[in-house]
Design a binder for this molecule. Structure first.
Ligand code: ZN
Length: 295
């Protein structure tokens, strides 16, 4: 039986597990994202310790270089994360363990996991938007992880402001882009406390979140015509947020789209099904794809 090493490389922690799917997954090992060499050494150490691994998959924080033929393919691109800009993740791991290494963004990885075992089974094209500390977007198009020239950066799309909102936004590049207005960092800056501690400010915070996220999902529906949108990440655990997003999504479309699958908004905009295991499970799919590349 094949065995893969799946690694979810986050900006704060790395999560790693071995197996071939949800029924056959080792207890994930979690370790902090320190300086690159030390972190990747730990990955290599765990793979060697496990032995008997056929391929490795890494679903990484970004931005990353996924361009075919690029001499920096598999690297982390320019990032504010100290020391990580230019780190060759694929090169480091491949050279150390001599195994095929699949690589993609964390959100494209999670999307592949949801397609195989979760909320997007049987779908050829869907979007996965995750709202945590930042906002990441990706998904699958015609059965393949969503790539263009490189990978999408949906978190930085521009969204019209809520009419009563004068918050400047927290994105260092754009101020009030989607991430700058709706990510966890923005919630903390706007309300002075984290999403789970909002108390009486929860309802107004949820209204604003629903506005920005619902509008963003309408834009994604209009521009990419996915079969479904999965909305995940810590921020989406705010009470009643998903209902608010669905309502704002419909209000923003304002009757323009009449396709029944879209109007059945409870099935069109859904939560992830794999929970915190989506990242490592998706990384297993990346490993499998590296072992058996599509013709
Ligand atoms: Zn931005």
């Amino acid at each position: 039986m094949v065995r893969y090493a799946g690694i979810e490389g986050g900006g704060t922690t790395f999560v790693m597990a071995l197996g071939s799917g949800p029924e056959d997954l080792s207890t994930p090992i979690v370790f902090p994202t320190e300086e690159p060499e030390r972190t990747l050494e730990r990955v290599v150490e765990e793979i060697r310790r496990a032995g008997d691994v056929d391929a490795v998959g890494v679903a990484s924080f970004g931005p990353v270089d996924l361009r075919r033929g690029s001499h920096t393919h598999g690297n982390i691109l320019e990032t504010p994360k100290p020391g990580w800009s230019g780190t060759s993740v694929v090169g480091f791991v491949q050279q150390a363990v001599g195994l095929p290494v699949g690589f993609d963004t964390d959100v494209n990885g999670a999307a592949l996991g949801e397609r195989r075992w979760g909320a997007a089974q049987g779908l050829e094209s869907f979007i996965y938007l995750t709202v945590g500390t930042g906002v990441g977007g990706g998904g699958v198009n015609r059965g393949q992880p969503m790539h263009g020239l490189n990978h999408p950066e949906m978190g930085h799309m521009r969204i019209p402001r809520h009419p009563d909102d004068d918050f400047p936004g927290t994105c260092p590049f754009h101020g009030d882009c989607l991430e700058g207005m709706a990510a966890g960092v923005a919630i903390e800056a706007r309300w002075g406390r984290r999403g789970e501690d909002l108390g009486p400010q929860t309802a107004p915070a949820v209204e604003l979140e629903a506005w920005y996220l619902g509008t963003a999902l309408a834009n994604l529906c209009l521009s990419l015509s996915p079969e479904r949108i999965i909305l995940g990440g810590g921020v989406t655990k705010l009470p009643h947020l998903l209902d608010g997003v669905r309502q704002r999504f419909l209000d923003s479309l304002n009757g323009y789209v009449t396709i029944p699958e879209v109007l059945d908004v409870g099935s069109f905009i859904v939560a992830p099904a794999l929970g915190s295991r989506a990242g490592v499970l998706g990384a297993l799919v990346l490993a499998e794809r590296a072992l058996h590349p599509a013709p």
